[in-house]
Write a protein that binds this ligand. Sequence first.
Ligand code: PMP
Length: 432
Amino acid sequence: MQFSKSIEAFQQAQQSIPGGVNSPVRAFKSVNLNPVFIDCAKGSTVVDIDGNQYTDFVSSWGPLIFGHAHPEIVSAINKAAQKGTSYGAPTLYETEMAELIVEMVPSIEKVRMVNSGTEATMSAIRLARGTTGREKIVKFVGNYHGHGDSFLIKAGSGAITLGLPDSPGVTAGNAKDTLLANYNDLASVEQLFAENGENIAAIIVEPVAGNMGVVLPEKGFLEGLREIATKNGALLIFDEVITGFRLAKGGAQEYFNVMPDITTLGKIIGGGLPVGAYGGKKEIMDQLAPNGPIYQAGTLSGNPLAMAAGSTMLKLIRNTADFYPELERKAKKLEEGIRNNLKETGIKAVLNRVGSMMTLFFTNEEKVSSYEEAMSADTTRYAKYFKLSLESGMYIAPSQFECLFVSYAHSDEDIDNIIAANLNALKELKRL
Ligand code: PMP
């Protein structure tokens, strides 16, 4: 493989874009490589501008659960574009989208569309604060909820990848209202409520953590959060930007059967276009302007192209009878293949998986169920693993603290190929 065009493109991009990228992890900084610039993609394959082809397990960081350029989604976008790209006035697309979300996500009775996951979580905590009249929120160390000021405190994703969990520019005033608890540690949440109970508007949590690598909620954790929130008059917010429509059609709340008060969504619901959403019980959602006093708005919110793509995606999911069983079968096959490879090579690692999301942690720990255990992973080893994977045509996340996503577009052959590439990479890591 050669990367000369990507190397040149990155140099050029850095002249006019900070770091050469519009989202930090894309720069491949933590894996010490030049990022590949993508030319095009179809199904499970992406092609870079040097003509190298990869089987894609990043899936645009989650949205593309049917693979790239799905014909029905592309056609829906084209059709919508022919009629105009934005009106700043209500359209039927938006009602269809909202009805699909309300139908599919158990705890959502009404939903408001925004343009990114970040916007969804920022708006959700304003709604929680406005509804309860309280100011503080509880967030978990290593969870990532986008780049809103309240969340860039011990944040996951690119923030930990780049060693920047606390960002300059977040004011002390903002930071003091974000209380930090430990994922899978109910006692740490209880303690915050014992100290600040009256002032806590909401607990916000990734029901499955995906931004410190995949960390599953232990039995009773989500149920415990539900109980603590209810007991203390606080709201429970599930950030389902990753898990929404991925773990089940009703997301993690359906998968684990625990109902939040507010849900934030993004990624999959946009079908590859920029979309976010937040929804919940009618009484809460009706506090939003114009019905209620809590303000939130957006020039491009509910954009017709994004709604056409998103609603087509949701209908594809709803109408594909074997969708979740197939995702589970393929992801399980991949998990078993990697586990066999680990056994064969004697490489010590922990593989966490739920449904179609998984992370291979290069750690000596026996399990990864906490932030500390996730942070014990050897990121230098991951960087080598990433390079070996890329060179064998497997595009995985350029960070230890992200997910690998299996999509419906992955064929059995794709899965066999990544298992084979994983074996070669593990053998090489052993040798290094
Ligand atoms: N919440 C979670 C759980 C996420 O994973 C992300 C993005 N990875 C966000 C929020 C922010 O979404 P966006 O990048 O669309 O702003």
